[in-house]
Design a protein around this ligand. Structure first.
Ligand code: BES
Ligand code: MN
Ligand code: ZN
Length: 506
């Protein structure tokens, strides 16, 4: 991955292949953001007007490359837009910095070393710029570059040097270290999401989780198909039984030596969702390798918590299965006995996420954690409701739901609180079983949430994040968001764990 350093060197004297500066929208045209004074000086104080001549306004997403004048060591200056300039003495919004740094890192693909001279007034700015740059530099190239490949062939930006970040200041150093660990784990989640489903089977995912978990001092337990049968995990087995690649339930445990609070995270890990016998039509299955994004996020968050030594215990449950049609697949009409003992009439085999999650939620509940958060690419309905960049939050506790929404905001993830209307439950009444896996079409995302709630242990605080929209980005890259797997919700989960450890919550 991209290397990160904090440097005390001046913007004019640091040896780099490019220097990144910020440009904001001022009242009378573009203004050069703080941090770039030395660069501006090399332009005789005319950098803003040069940029304006080149058509730059300081808008978010803008990137303008220009050759350096004499007096700068780096041969190229890259000006990235920060959006509206803050009021006098105000500071730049963390997400604006994160996105600008991400845009810069993307534009500099193929460059070895870039110095970032973006505005830093406190450690939080160092964190935002480091995160943005490291996430923006991400590229998934594992399946490209064959002998006769014609791809761009450009390597991601190899080194990011942050200027103005006070390497000897404890807070800045800690911010950079945290950003590096977080970005590496988010990028690991992205790699898992982007890995094609013929290679990332439940077994392969479990093996990756096991290796990385052990490397970072986690306890890793894997239930294979035999253990799942023995344990009575009818939901996970029912979803996985049509596939030649058998299911797994992985438990990752990070234990802190002193803290008594425990956060349990549960991830939907459908390595490929064909819909099963209720097969998805063409046009709806091409990106369904992303259906394990919840499990990838949970995995990344637990490893990040361990790497950061957060003062809280975090357990991760990865419910891994491949949803395929075959002669052994669950049929619409079958009844499954879930791990909790409840029976479920499967009316639609494409509503599989709630089945694997139901088992994992009940299993996680048995340990009576202080809170459970599940993460899933659960419903198309949530995408219709909130679009492609916002995840929905449902919970059995209003304050917990609000807290998660605020935390997501704070870390730069778009989310929105959604209700769990009790009247939608009766749509899942089944004449044959305790509950059906489908209900009313209207409010489908909330119906799924209500189904999950049935598998949360009595008295446990629980929230459900439906990341079906933001988990996988099909449009053009922007800011620090690449095409493909995004790592949605990892930053929110890690901050939530931090907050619980600090005693702010639960
Ligand atoms: N994995 C899908 C949901 C999904 C849709 C994720 C689009 C990402 C993008 C899920 O398993 C599914 O198929 N849900 C069905 C449920 C329905 C059959 C009740 C849906 O949303 O259509
Ligand atoms: Mn499905
Ligand atoms: Zn699915």
């Amino acid at each position: 991955m991209t290397a990160l350093t904090l440097s005390t060197a001046g913007a004019a004297t640091l040896r780099a292949d490019a220097i990144v500066v910020g440009v904001a929208k001022g009242a009378k045209g573009p203004v050069v953001a703080p941090g770039a004074e030395a660069v501006d000086k090399a332009f005789d104080g005319k950098l803003a007007s040069v940029l304006e001549t080149l058509g730059a306004a300081g808008a978010e997403g803008e990137a303008t490359k220009l050759p350096s004048p004499a007096g700068l060591k780096a041969p190229v200056v890259l000006a990235v837009g920060l959006g509206a300039a803050p009021e006098k003495n105000g500071s730049y919004d963390a997400e604006a910095l994160r996105r600008a740094a991400g845009t810069a890192a993307r534009v500099l693909t193929g460059t070895k070393k870039a110095a970032f001279a973006l505005p830093i007034s406190e450690a939080a700015d160092t964190a935002a710029i480091a995160e943005g740059a490291l996430l923006g530099a991400y590229a998934f190239t594992a399946y490209q570059g064959g002998a006769d490949a014609k791809g761009s062939g450009k390597a991601p930006l190899a080194e990011v040097a942050l200027l103005g970040a006070k390497p000897r200041d404890k807070a800045h150093k800690a911010a950079a270290e945290r950003a590096l660990a977080l970005a590496e784990e988010i990028n690991r989640a992205r790699d898992l999401i982007n890995t094609p489903p013929n290679d990332l089977t439940p077994e392969a995912f479990a093996a990756v989780a096991s290796a990385a978990g052990k490397e970072h001092g986690l306890k890793v337990q894997i239930l294979d198909e035999k253990a799942l049968v023995k344990g009575g995990f009818g939901g996970i087995l029912g979803v996985g039984q049509g596939s030649a690649n058998p299911p797994r339930l992985v438990k990752l445990t990070y234990t802190h030596s002193r803290n008594a609070k425990t956060l349990a995270l549960v991830g939907k890990g459908i390595t490929y969702d064909s819909g099963g016998i209720s097969l998805k039509p063409a046009g709806h299955n091409e990106t369904m390798k992303c259906d394990m994004s919840g499990a990838a996020a949970v995995f990344a968050a637990v490893v990040a918590a361990a790497r950061l030594g957060l003062p809280v215990n975090v357990t991760g449950w990865l419910a891994l299965a491949e949803n395929m049609p075959s002669g052994t697949a669950t049929r619409p009409g079958d009844v499954l006995r879930m791990y909790s003992g409840k029976t479920v009439e499967v009316l639609n085999t494409d509503a599989e996420g709630r089945l694997v999650l139901g088992d994992a939620l009940w299993k996680a509940s048995e340990e009576k954690p202080d809170a459970i958060v599940d993460v899933a690419t659960l419903t198309g309905a949530m995408v219709l409701a909130l679009g492609n960049r916002t995840f929905g939050i449902m919970a059995n506790d209003d304050a917990f739901r609000t807290a998660i929404h605020e935390i997501a905001d704070e870390v730069g993830e778009q989310s929105w609180p959604m209700p769990l209307p009790a009247e939608l439950r009766k749509g899942m009444d089944s004449p044959t079983a305790d509950i059906a896996n489908m209900g009313e079409r209207m409010g489908g995302g909330l119906v799924a949430g209500l189904f999950l709630q049935e598998f949360v242990g009595e008295g446990i605080t629980w929230a459900h994040l439906d990341i079906a929209g933001p988990a996988f980005h099909e449009g053009a890259p922007y800011g620090y968001t690449p095409k493909g797997g995004t790592g949605s919700s990892v930053r929110t989960l890690v901050r939530l764990a931090e907050r619980m450890g600090a005693g702010d919550l639960g």
